[in-house]
Every structure is written in C-alpha cells, then in structure tokens.
Design a protein around this ligand. Sequence first.
Ligand code: NAD
Length: 309
Amino acid sequence: MRILVTGAAGFLGSHFADSYLSQGHEVLGVDNFYTGHRSNINHLLNNPNFEMLRHDITQPLIVEVDAIANFACPASPIQYQRHPVQTIKTSILGITNMLGLAKRLNIKILQASTSEVYGDPDISPQVETYWGNVNPIGIRACYDEGKRAAETIMFDYHRQYGTQIKIARIFNTYGPRMSLNDGRVVTNFIGQALRGQPITIYGDGSQSRSFCYVDDLINGLSALFDSPKEVLGPINIGNPKEFTILQLAEIVKQLTNSNSEIVLNPLPSDDPKQRKPDITKANTVLGWNPTVELRDGLVKTIDYLRTQI
Ligand SMILES: NC(=O)c1ccc[n+]([C@@H]2O[C@H](COP(=O)([O-])OP(=O)(O)OC[C@H]3O[C@@H](n4cnc5c(N)ncnc54)[C@H](O)[C@@H]3O)[C@@H](O)[C@H]2O)c1
C-alpha cells in the first residue's frame, strides 16, 4: 500500500509512518509543521519508500494513494489553544478534505480521534457508547468539539457514500518524539525534573489519567487500520491503568533521580477530573491490549527527552 499519513512530522504520525514503512509499505507524509518537527522524520528522508510534502490539510489535496491515516491536528492544550480557529479548521475542513479524497479514490481512512470527545466525563471508565460531557463554548472546544464534528463527518460520509472509515479514540499517549515544551503532563514533569525545577501540578494532584506507551498505541491503531472493512469504530485505544497526577509526579521524580520539589498550582478551566478508557471493544474486536508498564515506558521517554535538553 501507499499510505497518506497526515501529521507525519508529529509524535504519533511519525511512529505510525515508521511502523508501516518497516512492513514494506510506502508512505506519503503530509505536514504543515505547525507542531511537528523535521527531527521526527529525518531518519526517513533517505528511505526510497518515504516522501514528504509540506501542505496544510485545511486546503484540498489531490494525490494517488491506497489508504489515509489522518493525524494532522495540534494535540496539546497550549498548542491547540494558541490558534483555536486554525485548530477547529484543521479538524473540520481537514477531515472533510481527506474524506473527499478517500471517496474519490474509494479507499479507507483512519481518523485519530481522542478521548477528549468525552469531555469531563460523568462515568468512568469511558465506554464508546458514552456521548460525553463537553462545553461547546469553552477554551478546549476548538479541539474537542472539532474532533466530535470530525467523527460526525466521518459517519456521514460512510452512510451517504459508503466511504470506508475507521475511528480511533486515542487516550493520553507518551513516548519518544514528544515535544519537551508541548505542555502535556508527562513532558512537563520530565522536563522540570531533569532541569531540577519545581514539578508543577495543576489542582491538588488527585485527578487521574491513564497513560499509554506509544508502541502499544501504534499496535492498537494498526490493528484497527488493518481490520476488516466492517470495523468502523469508534474504538478506544489507551491504557486503562489509572494513576493520579501526584503519583505520576512522584514516579518521574524517582526515575530521574531528581531533587525537584512538587508544587501545586490552580486548576485551569474545563480540566477533566478523570480519564480512563474502557478497552473491552479493542480487546474483543481487535484482540488488542497494551503491554508496556508505565515505569518502563517512562524510562525510554526520559532517555529521549534527556537528549532534547
Ligand atoms: N498524543 C496523544 O496523547 C493524543 C491523544 C488523543 C488524540 N491524539 C490525536 O493524534 C493526532 C496526533 O497527535 P500528536 O500527539 O502526534 O500531536 P503532534 O502535534 O505531535 O502532531 C500533529 C501533527 O499535525 C501537524 N498539523 C497540524 N495542523 C496541520 C494542518 N492543518 N495541516 C497539516 N499538518 C498539520 C503538526 O505540524 C504535527 O506534525 C492528533 O490528531 C491528536 O488529536 C493524540
């Protein structure tokens, strides 16, 4: 297959490209380098099966490919809130352009959706049938409502034109190639611990998150991408093991041998109190389960981020 990977210079897109290139497929990477980095794809530039195109997916794109994986979208709050209009345009116009291409070529398309479609959930763990609790006019709405609308457009293309769609709802993922300054909790804590700065927690640290190591995540996404055409999703892909933010801070401090103190700051608005995927569907439909323990994944992430400081 020749696979169009949008957001290929980003964290997840570059790992997804690596995975399919290593299986002998061709990859056409597309990115506008808004949050992506050349360093994430440098190792691919001499690969004859890899091609990179600078392009913004809010604009139409006509290329010949056999499948599409749509990762393009800033993913961390400080990045998606910096240009909220561009963020929601990327989600809505971007996926519409990609679906138009998928329809024209009659090919499958994978959408990197997010656990943020559940908003600040009233139930835990979150199962795919839960419709979410999202503030449509809040500061996170450009991202979570954008992703919700993208899922709607995916299903409308499927129902109206029979387009082969696959939707993954990705939960917090971490690993090498995350950007040090992306404001996500794992990179914040590791960066602060490695620099000997205070480790800042927003709120009292009792809010919980689940963290999925990138290799596990890519295995889950690939299982969905390669699944029979009847499997549309949405399917949660994430690690259901829950940790409080305070626990994460303590583990990071220990693994980095840091003397940083842990300090508490006010909680930003619309910050979800809990996030934990129900992955029964991924397990039964795709036969997928995450296997990497948080401490093991964090060691690899710390090794990578140390090289970035
Ligand atoms: N990392 C996570 O924990 C996580 C969780 C849930 C969902 N996701 C989703 O996965 C996808 C990838 O996330 P990531 O963590 O790799 O983020 P990232 O910021 O590292 O990668 C996103 C990439 O998309 C590119 N991009 C942004 N807008 C674009 C546009 N209009 N046109 C072309 N390229 C554009 C960026 O330059 C970047 O390279 C996103 O869609 C995100 O919503 C990620």
